[in-house]
Design a protein around this ligand. Structure first.
Ligand code: THU
Length: 132
């Protein structure tokens, strides 16, 4: 299978980063994902005066995914305020995992990786189907 266009995804993530609301950390983040339906969806972080309730860029992204037709994520990239590739935080890896397509690839600061390499042995929907 052809590698997703990570340059285009990075550009989309940078554009989303420009819309971030990060007055408290001063650390804007933009995220972009390609869906199995061919859509590119994005998100930015949205902080709050009650610091702990701030939303990561990936939270906005999964909301956009659902709002714009759903589907599964086949490729993902996120950037900081300098436009550099960063890793999604642990909680956001779990958020993304819920919508991971088979063969999901992620751009990391060390290059493109398989999703399983950045969230090994993930807990996911299938676990809830197992006998209790
Ligand atoms: N942040 C994200 O938006 N996504 C991540 O995966 C890492 C962290 C945001 C949260 C907070 O607004 C800022 O970066 C600094 O932690």
């Amino acid at each position: 299978m052809a590698e997703p266009d990570f340059d285009a995804l990075t550009q989309a993530a940078r554009q989303a980063m420009a819309a971030a609301y990060a007055p408290y950390s001063g650390y804007p983040v933009g995220a972009a994902a390609l869906t199995d339906g061919g859509r590119v969806i994005t998100g930015c972080n949205v902080e709050n005066a009650s610091y702990g309730v701030g939303l990561c860029a990936e939270c906005a992204l999964v909301g956009q995914l659902q709002l714009t037709g759903g589907g599964r994520i086949v490729a993902f990239a996120c950037v900081n305020g300098a436009g550099e590739t960063i890793m999604p935080c642990g909680r956001c890896r779990q958020l993304l995992h819920e919508f991971a397509a088979p063969g999901f690839r992620i751009l990391t600061p060390l290059g493109v990786r398989d999703w399983e390499q950045v969230l090994p042995q993930a807990f996911g929907p299938a676990d809830l189907e197992a006998p209790q």
